[in-house]
Ligand binder design. Sequence first.
Ligand SMILES: *[C@@H]1O[C@H](CO)[C@@H](O)[C@H](O)[C@H]1NC(C)=O
Ligand SMILES: *[C@@H]1O[C@H](CO)[C@@H](O)[C@H](O)[C@H]1NC(C)=O
Ligand SMILES: *[C@@H]1O[C@H](CO)[C@@H](O)[C@H](O)[C@H]1NC(C)=O
Length: 497
Amino acid sequence: MAATLKKANGLCLIFYYCLSLCIINLGSIAAQNADSNVKKKDEEFTCPEGLGNGNYADPQTCRRFYQCVDGYPYLNRCPSGLRFDDISKFCTFPNEARCGPIIPTPAPSTEPPIDLAVKCNPEECLLPECFCSKDGTNIPGDFTPSEIPQMILLTFDGAVNLNNYHYYKKLFKKYTNPNGCPIKGTFYVAHEYSNYQMIQELASSSHEIGTETISLQTGLQDKGYEEWVGEMIGMREILKHFANISKNEVVGMRAPFLKPGRNTQYMVLEDFGYLYDSSVGVPVSPIPVWPYTLDYKIPHECKSGTCPTKSFPGIWEIPLNSHYVETFEGGHCPYLDQCVLHNHDANEVFEWLQEDFSRHYDQNKAPYMMPFHTNWFSIKALEDGLHKFVNWTQTLPDVWFVTATQALTWITDPKPLTELNKFEAWDCKKKNGNIPKTPCLSPNKCALSFKPDNQNFTDTRYLETCVDCPSKYPWIGDAEGSGIVGRDNYVPDNGSK
Ligand SMILES: *[C@@H]1O[C@H](CO)[C@@H](O)[C@H](O)[C@H]1NC(C)=O
Ligand SMILES: *[C@@H]1O[C@H](CO)[C@@H](O)[C@H](O)[C@H]1NC(C)=O
Ligand SMILES: *[C@@H]1O[C@H](CO)[C@@H](O)[C@H](O)[C@H]1NC(C)=O
């Protein structure tokens, strides 16, 4: 992996070098952008056999290229205005780029062989750094189910804004954990249409904020390192700038559409100091899976087909177990709003959730994650059913609603139920340090011009924040909205381990 990493990093240095030149040259780039000739439908690209890992021209356009890693082609886009040079194998100015594909001269591969993760070895995998079990269903710390808490993780994906914020607030203000503290949830935020005053408010009330991506583009799972950095680390930069959330607080991510980016996404997680990912779906199984570290092979079938295959020591995966009720229609789903419960009343929804929950609660107490999109709340019976469910769990003395990071804190150092009222990570004393302060009451309402990559016209997007309005709508490569395309340069803070 180190060799691939080095290559990727070398590549970005070249990008950044080119970019600093481009900024001077913005006028001419704008002109070149107008004659876009990117073809709509990509044909399948196959990595040339026997040539090893490396960068290859996209036969459709030299605005893009493929990075082949272990025979899998990851699509990369050259920074705005640049073209892929198929001789030197990097992006450069259009007048210098020798557009490919140019018939390659076979060269011996210098890459190491594929180093796939191996099966869990419980003797060597020890907490707090490592956790795995044969089929993923074992409880950490050798406790019996009756000794441990049932954690529930409420997670919300996508933009936070006027359409959903009040539903979230309503849910969180009503209910408490056994220690008397308000229940907490986790938000995997996407940028477009988000309101950063609201996000700051959620963060300042100790909910966890993680990153989805800036654009929610589809097909990200097939893209390269740079694209993931731009989307995911860019999202973290936007949160820092517009919601005052320190990047140390943003330690988790969820891939859009639960399509993890194979090894590439996890390389970015590792390089940029993330603690966990929560994008991997578990197929329908009778006993739910606990979170695990990626030191070893994933202990279940990979539902999306795009899970990491290499070992990422110490990086946690909080998988999404399937939700389903055997005797009930509605199918099975990772996101609760994807199960077909739309024709049911609040009581039926409540009963369905109870039944689904019992597969966790009555067995190994694997954390019960309840992943939502905002559309769950647009149907009254679903919202009411959820409230009935949460209200019902208030009668269970061992149920705790915690953030994803709070759950991992327990898992890395598991404690019996009897010690939880004194468990510092789950109390509600104000932690000094990184949590942003309560946001301003009247945020700036910024109307900003925005030109999406695939559109030839300029649009307006609104953004609310307690800091000054930027000059352009923040986007990939320009998290602060400076108006300088491709201005950002994100440097890995963890280095390689
Ligand atoms: C948050 O705001 C405070 C006060 O304006 C500032 O000192 C601090 O640097 C900001 N933190 C981040 C992470 O932006
Ligand atoms: C909440 O639960 C309590 C006790 O279990 C019950 O009396 C009450 O009616 C419930 N409230 C709602 C809104 O379901
Ligand atoms: C911009 O897009 C519209 C519709 O997609 C098209 O009709 C128009 O010709 C385009 N204009 C230019 C300058 O490409």
